[in-house]
Design a protein around this ligand. Sequence first.
Ligand code: GLU
Length: 492
Amino acid sequence: MSQVRLRFAPSPTGYLHIGGARTAIFNYLLARKLGGQFVLRIEDTDKERSKPEYEDEILNAMKWLGLSWDDSPLRQSLHKSFHRETVDELLERGAAYRDFLTIEDAKKLKDEAMRKGGLVAFRSPDRYLSAQEAEERAMSGEPHCVRFRIPDEAVIYQDGVHGRVEVGPDTLDDFVLLRQDNSPTYQVAVVADDYEMGISHVIRGDDHISNTPKQILIYKALNWKPPQFAHVPLILGSDRKRLSKRHGATAVTEYRKQGFLAEAVLSYLALLGWSPGDDREIMTMDELVEAFDISGINNHSAIFDEQKLEWMNGRFISLKPTNELVELIEPQYVEKVRAGVLPEETQQMLPIAVELLKTRVRYPQEVLEKGHYFFKDPETIEDRKAAKKRLKDDDLPERLERLADEYQKLAEAFNAQSCEDALRSLAEELEIGTGKLIHPTRLAVSGQGAGPSLFEMLEALGVDSVTRRMRWLAEFLREKGTPPDLGSDEDN
Ligand code: GLU
């Protein structure tokens, strides 16, 4: 049984949190790196809080991130009898005992011990009952729980992130394995299931580190080989407090809705608290799998930086094939058509708008927002600063019309090169710098002072739109002056 098998074990009591996703990613990467399997276990034993919609959401978010799993997910709640059998086995081996103390009495004893001597590990007096007496009382139906009998020796293990960990018996309570209502606890369920699923490595958050010695003791008592553990420091917000809703979105789905690409979220989270050992900041799934190693996980907390994630999103957008981005943006286009924001008939401009803008946006939807001029004529000059600076020559309306005439002449041969040539020769003829035509033309066709390469944009828009917009600006300037009076200046 030296097979490599890793698992992700979400509790379906909430959405897939950024931290949970990172745990899933690390387990996935190590499994794939070592040529092993990656499996899922739905830890749904908390009936009150577990919801099928959370489960769906978690699985969908994982699929979206590209974290495919092997086998069908194991549902922990269906395994209770195995968990109970495991407790029986521990009882039989003397590694566990029946505790007839009521919960309240146990608490009283703990509190008393605390008051007397500070931190004392809890041992129930029933730990010392004879096996026979305990069995008899249990048989007679006396309520009790089952506790693990902490042995009198330290637990020592090698943590993949923190190195050698040693925990003395005096800090470990005789913890509960089976509650009075006969329900198995997390500690025994997780060990029984990890064992049964043949899990070889467990990467999980530091919030589980106090569970690990207890779990290792259960493995030892049963003579089962424990998996290798690695505990990853938690993700913090910018104020160095544990990442929570106060810091903004924490659900993976929320990022998806906002327009983050799965590739960007994957790469960002993988690199949050793990490093490939070089300064790569953009990594694909294949590259991550290739480079992943537990030794690259940092032993200090990582700070979640949404701006960095945004930047990464922009990088991944610029690298993504145009047709895939178009597919992603199309539904949003349709939405905008429905809302009357964009016209239906210019949808064919989408691929070219994506192609020309994808290096300039951080979110896919910005192609529609920033690049609305690909789909409809500008109604004003949005970029007021550029308007003031670039639209101030008195003869600009005539100049724009002259260039529009030249462009009209190109008709069939209207392309980036011919547009550039025509503009340059007109500038020469008028004895002005090319900038005097380039900037006003850009403002005419887009309403913006900056954007993708002008001549490519002109070719994409086509001769009719371009000349119509240039003539529009000429008229606009005659009406509003040079530079145009664009109303209140407060946006600048
Ligand atoms: N279900 C646990 C959680 O969501 C994970 C248990 C484990 O990794 O051992 O935190």
